[in-house]
Design a protein around this ligand. Sequence first.
Ligand code: ADP
Ligand code: MG
Length: 383
Amino acid sequence: MIVSHLIVKNWRNFRSVDVPLKERMFLIGPNASGKSNLLDVFRFLRDIAKPGGGLQQAVSQRGGLSKIRCLAARREPDVEISVQLADDGRTPSWEYSIGIKQQVRGYRQPYLAYERVRQGTQLILERPDAHDLKDELRRTQTHLEQINTNEQFREVAKFFESVLYLHLVPQLLRHPEAFVGPGVPDDPFGRNFLERVAKTPEKTRKSRLSKIEKALREAVPQLKNLRDTKDETGVPHLEALYEHWRPRAGLQREDQFSDGTLRLIGLFWALLEGDSPLLLEEPELSLHSAIVSRLPALISKLQRQRKRQVLISTHSFDLLSEKGIGGEEVLDLTPDQEGTVVHLASSIREVRDLLDAGLSPADAALPRTAPPGLDQLDLFANE
Ligand SMILES: Nc1ncnc2c1ncn2[C@@H]1O[C@H](COP(=O)(O)OP(=O)(O)O)[C@@H](O)[C@H]1O
Ligand SMILES: [Mg+2]
């Protein structure tokens, strides 16, 4: 299942977004145009749906509704999210929508303006209902977050719950012990990655590692026999043979892998791990440009076995230089005084013309996202 359509209103730096989504989406835009904020919509739904989560926590984790609500909006409109979920990318099987308000007085708690669920064309939940009107407190919780009220749309709750956000920091993966403290919930940065690998049933684990090794071959041809292991103290590790000019290959552990290798392993693992949306922040970091340009193809190759939707924020020319990327797979974020506007690259006339003429999204769409003052920066650097 994928999120086939996204509508948000008054979310962070967006007044209004209304876009169809494909299995693979690239989010492009200048710094601070809201790429991470847009990905955060999906994390927000996950935070509501996950065990121990809920609407109150999801909002307070983000500093309250006043931090979430678009600053460019006049007065205090509802924050609204509506997503359609589809199996085949066409007819949506589910639609989940919420509007969120904030109490005017007292604790200023967030509460539901509405919550709606449709299955196909059938409306299966419409709130506020009679109970909500009798007991106002009910509106501080969604039905999505409660197992006794989401029975009829459990599939939707499970789907949101398993959204995965990935922003791997190789240093944390390599030296998890150096990073003490409460940590970030759900570990998007890979601190517990090795543990996750170790906890996976053996057959699945071996099959995934071997697929990863194959996919890695293009990027790091010297790396062979990727496998998991444990040290004397029971701490899980990854190791591989690293062939070099000396006659005997050396055994390397993950702390000796390069940043790029580690990020690729984490990324490929995530692609094989689930079938819910995967949110990827700038996967190009610390990778060689030749490998970055192969990533879209590798991603769709791994996607073929498992239909996991991938939403990728990127600045990378190389990543978008693949001609196989369609204009309807690229979301262009353009900052405006009233907030950032989001368009499919294919719906922007001049970009579509260039794509039709055979240019890659990198050539057709990426130049629009370059900061306007870049030439001046150049001058400055040359002084
Ligand atoms: N509620 C809000 N209203 C308006 N702008 C916001 C709000 N919350 C965050 N922002 C702005 O969004 C921008 C950050 O967007 P971000 O998603 O981090 O950009 P990117 O990932 O594209 O670099 C910042 O400029 C921040 O001030
Ligand atoms: Mg960002």
